[in-house]
Design a protein around this ligand. Structure first.
Ligand code: GLC
Length: 727
């Protein structure tokens, strides 16, 4: 972690807090004022307006936290210029030539490999089970963003500030077609791809620190019911000593799939259930979809109808489309009073002891129609500074507006807790409000492999907190596939096992003893790495750097790494190599294989290899059953020396919940290790800024060697010189 960033942590967090409330409230610039113009809007950052640009059709921006301030004309030597033109079909287009040897990434949640050159992507949030529609080139989220890395490792980012339906074609250049009005483009130039991604977070917003429990392992299925089954699954984890933090409630908990209700037979006492789950250190996340069952007498429908809150047909009538409950009405989240109402619904709901909220089907998905969503000419009435317009304009931000209101609602209901929202649909910048998962993947090898570039490209598009359904959603994985998937699982930022209705059981013990042991080992590794993972989440929230990163981040100049998407990085100091990744491209320099589990734990052939960067120190803690037991009092520090015999690392700590960290109640410990001439190691831990006491007491050093890890004895001081035993 960069020290200067950590220094300003509370200040940064606070300013993010203020910025969040400004989103969507910036003043629209005067109509057409900037047509055909361009300007610098920061260091090495410029905005370009097409001649046809009309602010009333495009602003306020949903992507940007604030309107860019123009700082004079494009500077001399500027390299990347978009060309605006209208194609034969009358569509507004943008073309940016791409130099040979430039590798393209980003574009959000997409199928295929990490490198995006050659891909064509449609940006139109779509419920796409199994990723079959449009060959998977149209998914649940919209990220009009391309990260380009030149031959020499320098990089630029292209952000098309456009919510309307559009497509990106990366066949031989960057070509973006808007199926709506002409959009402006922001271009960010930096020396490294990392710096471009950091700037993207400054432009579109940073993820806020999630509660620590949301970083634990999570168990889900469509659906665990009745409540006795939920209790049974949760208690099995404790009995079998497989760590787990969260259990998920899918749609069967609702009465007739009516949101904000509980089935009177299956879930008669949600508060009692949550109390039980809390008593065994589980948290629960419950699903809320946007479709509201059209039924007079149902309080959500009645309230929405009384307020005139529903999206309308072009004729100004309530629009109805079918989702799980049958015919539904859909809240018009562009209307400020609707978002306020929606937020308010969470008060009584969260009072049932619910810890987190899962917003699904929010593309929005509509069944039994070819388009899979509502008509593009439906009317959304807006309000505040959002103009009234057709659904085509607001479709891609329907989910984002919903999760903004959800987040605000659960924060209001529990003002002392960090909100946790998971959303399927989103738009660039959605990391401000929710984590995400990659929707309805399949229990196949190709989807296991593809989950890695999907999570990587989401990270390169501003969303650091994502993961796929571990084990795959559609279908049932065989023993070998599940074992391989759960072994990778701990290294996804969001680590949740989920499966579809009526599929085979997918809990870690469902495949017999061998896979249960493999799962336990895998999840133990995540919990042991928690001090490092938590630090990475802090880093992501402060700097915008993803938690899971492509291997080429280790050396952006090394072009041989640019396509590697089987191996990946967890933070800057670890490379994870799945067992099935043959001959992965790995960076030069010192990267040593490490092991977390005691030397006695058998090598099971499934756990990915972990390589540690020379010069780094990775803090690890003991095996626990949930983050409720997380402690940093006894740290094992994995030390991998650089060629000068030096290593250092940082560890972020805070209460794991609440907002004390914004007032300085956090700590950043700095670890240093030096190999001395006599072979001994001199170690020190110096607490940095912040006043949080993370109760560090015992330290030991673990050094990778050819025969496995070598451990020092435990020391109960923060500065010591220690002789490592011979292996
Ligand atoms: C959607 C979601 C899936 C969920 C199901 C039922 O398909 O993507 O995760 O289980 O709906 O709610």
């Amino acid at each position: 972690m960069k020290k200067n960033n950590m220094k300003t942590l509370p200040g940064l967090f606070l300013s993010f807090g203020i910025i969040f409330s400004l989103a969507f409230s910036g003043k629209c610039p005067a109509q057409s004022k900037m047509s055909g113009t361009s300007a610098m809007i920061g260091t090495e950052m410029a905005v370009f307006y097409p001649p046809e640009f009309k602010s009333g059709e495009m602003l306020p921006s949903f992507a940007l936290l604030k309107e860019p301030v123009q700082q004079g004309g494009i500077k001399k030597g500027w390299k990347v210029f978009p060309k605006f033109y209208i194609d034969g079909k009358g569509n507004n287009c943008i073309a940016i030539p791409v130099e040979k040897g430039t590798d393209l990434y980003g574009t959000g949640e997409v199928t295929g490999g990490l490198r995006r050159n050659g891909k064509k992507i449609m940006l139109w949030n779509t419920d796409n089970p199994g990723y079959h529609i449009g060959k998977g080139n149209v998914l649940y989220q919209t990220h009009p963003w391309i990260l380009a890395v030149r031959k020499d490792g320098s990089a630029y980012g292209v952000l098309v500030d456009n919510t309307w339906k559009q497509s990106i074609d990366l066949s031989d250049s960057i070509k973006v077609v808007s199926y709506g009005p002409a959009a402006r483009v922001i271009i960010v130039e930096r020396n490294t791809p990392q710096k471009v991604v950091e700037e993207l977070a400054d432009l579109t917003g940073h993820m806020q620190m999630p509660p620590l429990w949301a970083l634990g392992y999570q168990q889900s299925r469509w659906s665990y019911y009745p409540d006795s089954r939920v209790r049974e699954v949760a208690s099995q984890f404790r009995k079998r000593k497989i760590p787990c933090d969260v259990i998920w409630m899918d749609i069967h908990y609702m009465q007739d799939y009516k949101i904000f209700t509980f089935d009177s037979l299956r879930f008669p006492d949600p508060l009692g259930l949550n109390k039980y789950l809390h008593s065994i250190n589980f948290r629960s996340v419950w699903m809320i979809d946007p479709g509201v069952k059209k039924q007079k007498g149902y309080f959500v429908y009645d309230q929405g109808s009384a307020g005139n809150y529903w999206i309308q047909t072009p004729q100004g009538k309530e629009f109805n489309g079918s989702v799980w409950p049958g015919p539904c009405a859909f809240p018009d989240f562009t209307m400020p009073q609707v978002r306020k109402w929606w937020s308010g619904l969470y008060k009584d709901y969260m009072a049932q002891g619910i810890d987190g909220v899962w917003n699904d089907m929010n593309e929005p998905s509509v069944f039994n129609v070819e388009s899979k969503t509502m008509p593009e000419d439906n009317i959304q009435r807006g309000g505040g500074n959002l103009p009234k317009d057709i659904h085509l304009r607001y479709h891609n931000v329907f989910g984002m507006l919903m999760i903004k209101a959800t987040r605000e609602g659960i924060l209001k209901a529990n003002p002392d807790k960090r909100p946790f929202v998971l959303s399927r649909a989103s738009y660039i910048g959605g990391q401000r409000y929710a984590a995400t998962w990659t929707g309805d993947n399949m229990s196949t090898w190709s989807h296991l492999k593809m989950s890695i570039p999907m999570v990587l490209n989401l990270g390169l598009s501003g969303q650091p907190f994502s993961g796929p359904d571990i084990g795959g959603f559609i279908g049932s994985p065989d023993k070998d596939l599940f074992a391989n998937w759960i072994a990778i699982g701990p290294f996804y930022p969001f680590c949740r096992n989920h499966t579809t209705v009526n599929s085979a059981n997918q809990e870690p013990w469902a495949y017999g003893r061998e896979v249960e042991d493999i799962s336990r080992r895998a999840l133990d590794r995540r919990y042991m790495l928690m001090p490092y993972i938590y630090t990475l989440f802090c880093q992501a929230s402060v700097t915008g750097l993803p938690v899971m990163r492509p291997v080429f981040f280790a050396d952006p100049k090394d072009r041989s790494l640019r396509s590697e998407d089987r191996a990946f990085m967890l933070g800057g100091d670890l490379i994870i190599v799945p067992r099935w990744a043959e001959n992965p491209a790995l960076p030069k320099g010192i990267w040593k294989e490490i092991s977390l589990l005691s030397p006695k734990a058998p090598e099971d052939g499934y756990q990915p290899k972990m390589l540690q960067r020379g010069g780094s120190i990775i803090p690890t803690a003991g095996i626990i059953q949930s983050t409720a037991d997380f402690k940093t009092d006894s740290l094992t520090l994995l030390v991998c020396f650089d060629k000068h015999g030096k290593a250092e690392g940082l560890m972020y700590g805070d209460a794991g919940e609440g907002f004390g960290y914004l007032k300085g109640h956090y700590v950043v410990d700095k670890f240093t290790a030096v190999k001395m001439q006599d072979g001994k190691i001199s170690f020190s831990c110096i607490p940095g800024q912040g006043d949080y006491d993370n109760e560090l007491k015992y330290f030991r050093i673990a050094v990778p060697s050819s025969g496995g890890m070598v451990y020092s004895s435990w020391m109960n001081k923060s500065k010591f010189v220690v002789k490592m035993p011979k292996k």
